[in-house]
Ligand binder design. Structure first.
Ligand code: EPZ
Length: 422
């Protein structure tokens, strides 16, 4: 198992490039199931989650792999085993988004129910409700979801809002089912995340008929079939946000390339509020911080609100602010595994229900800490860049799920991170 040893404090400075989006790639890989034939997806990052999803597609009967130039291909000419094994689904919850495309393409799917998760209870009731609305019969058998629609799916008006607002992968699942359903489907309270916009654009390029893309109301006219496609995914706005915080927390200057500020308005607004300068530049931006970090209150919300996937990283930044900040997690109310670890680094954080009161300190001090999930581990890396001494982060396999070779890329802009196997 790998650990990171991170020497601080450092100032990161230079140019860093953002990779393709993990959370756009996963549902788009699933869309490869719908276009009977060989699809090619560009800019997919080299991450363990992408490899696991590739393994899942292979298990269904697809031929998958990378071309010399790194493009990912999926040939779904023959899908002979619409089955999602527990051993894969337990490693990555996003596997659940093969349900909709398999049902639409094969009329049947058997996929393991996702298990527990470090960031909180993550039910899929909205996914299942939406598929039932489209006419699928769904049963749970020995921990597996058995979904059947032998006569195909029927378009319907579906409300997809839940207790915490819209659902990203739930919208993806229903969208990928509805594109081949008979008649019109309307998804109300659909997720508007840029990753869902990317998926819908990809599906339309395959021959789907989707309108209202980017809005909470998606209108889908079902079609007979979809064609394979060649498609490039959008840049990863969460990775871009993580790099922005790296510049902010270390008081450095980073030129961030392949970053779409348009997808990150809430994040940029909060950074500027905290005293960080974010200047648009060609194909990206330049992020600097000269003065103090200002305290700032943050509520996480579905897009276009402040993303929950940057909550932990922002908490690390605000732990060094002048004054108190309040962070309220409104998407995953229990997503606070990083709080105790940051306190081990001499932050002053107090959790109250789904809120954390962040009392700013003058400095963070290195300590051995434990990564618990993808974004929590990113926050620990950022805190370690600013902390005095050598921080040791255990279980960095969490960070490899969502950031490609992060230690090498940060070291190229002035960090001092070593990866060691123990
Ligand atoms: C996606 O997860 C992302 N994952 C998550 O990123 C991200 O945190 C999340 O959206 C929110 O932005 C991928 O895209 C692979 P949701 P998803 O369904 O779709 C509740 C990362 O770090 N809910 O939008 O699973 C749910 O419990 C990951 O890259 C129901 O109640 O999230 C949560 O409270 C972590 N019933 C809220 O809705 C349902 O059927 C939003 O979850 C579905 C969801």
């Amino acid at each position: 198992m790998d650990i990171f040893c991170i020497d601080g404090p450092v100032q990161v400075s230079g140019t860093i490039r953002v990779n393709g989006s993990k959370n756009a790639s996963l549902p788009i890989m699933a869309a490869g199931i719908l276009g009977a034939g060989r699809s090619v997806f560009k800019s997919l990052p080299f991450l363990s989650d992408i490899s696991v999803f590739s393994e899942l597609l292979g298990q269904l009967g697809c031929k998958v792999g990378r071309e010399q130039n790194g493009d990912f291909f999926v040939d779904s000419s023959s899908i002979d085993n619409p089955f999602g094994d527990y051993d894969i689904v337990r490693r990555m919850r996003a596997s659940v988004c093969i349900l909709g495309p398999l049902l639409a393409r094969c009329g049947r799917a058997e996929v393991s129910m996702p298990g527990g998760c470090a960031i909180g209870v993550r039910p899929i009731n909205l996914h299942l409700r939406g598929l039932r609305e489209l006419g699928a019969e769904i049963n749970l058998k020995n921990g597996y979801i058995v979904a059947e629609a032998p006569r195909g799916l029927e378009g319907k008006e579906i409300f997809m809002g839940g207790a915490f607002g819209s659902t990203v992968l739930g919208t993806a699942n229903i969208l990928m089912a509805a594109v081949l359903a008979k008649g019109r489907t309307v998804i109300e309270s659909a997720a508007c995340e840029p990753e869902i916009v990317d998926l819908a654009n990809c599906l339309n390029k395959m021959g789907a008929k989707i309108r209202g893309i980017g809005s909470p109301r998606l209108i889908i006219e079902g079609v007979q079939g979809l064609e394979p496609v060649e498609y490039g995914v959008i840049p990863d706005r969460i990775e871009a946000g993580t790099f922005m915080v790296a510049a902010a927390i270390t008081g450095g200057e980073l030129r961030i390339v392949n970053c779409r500020l348009n997808d990150m308005m809430a994040v940029v607004d909060k950074l500027r509020g905290a005293g960080v300068s974010v200047e648009p530049a060609e194909n990206g931006c330049v992020v600097t911080r000269d003065g103090n970090v200002n305290n700032s209150d943050v509520n996480t919300l579905p897009y276009p609100g402040f993303p929950t996937d940057l909550q932990a990283q922002f908490m690390a930044l605000l732990s060094l602010a002048k004054g108190n900040s309040v962070i309220i997690e409104k998407v995953f109310p229990d997503r606070f595994m990083h709080v105790a670890e940051l306190n081990r680094m001499s932050a002053n954080l107090r959790k109250e229900g789904s809120a954390v009161i962040v009392s700013g300190v003058d400095k963070l001090i290195a300590a051995p800490v434990m990564a618990s999930d993808l974004r929590a581990s990113a926050a620990l890396v950022l805190a370690a860049l600013a902390a005095e001494g050598t921080t040791v982060i255990n279980r960095v396999y969490h960070i490899d799920r969502g950031y490609e070779r992060i230690e090498e890329r940060l070291n190229e802009v002035g960090a001092r991170i070593t990866r060691q196997s123990i």
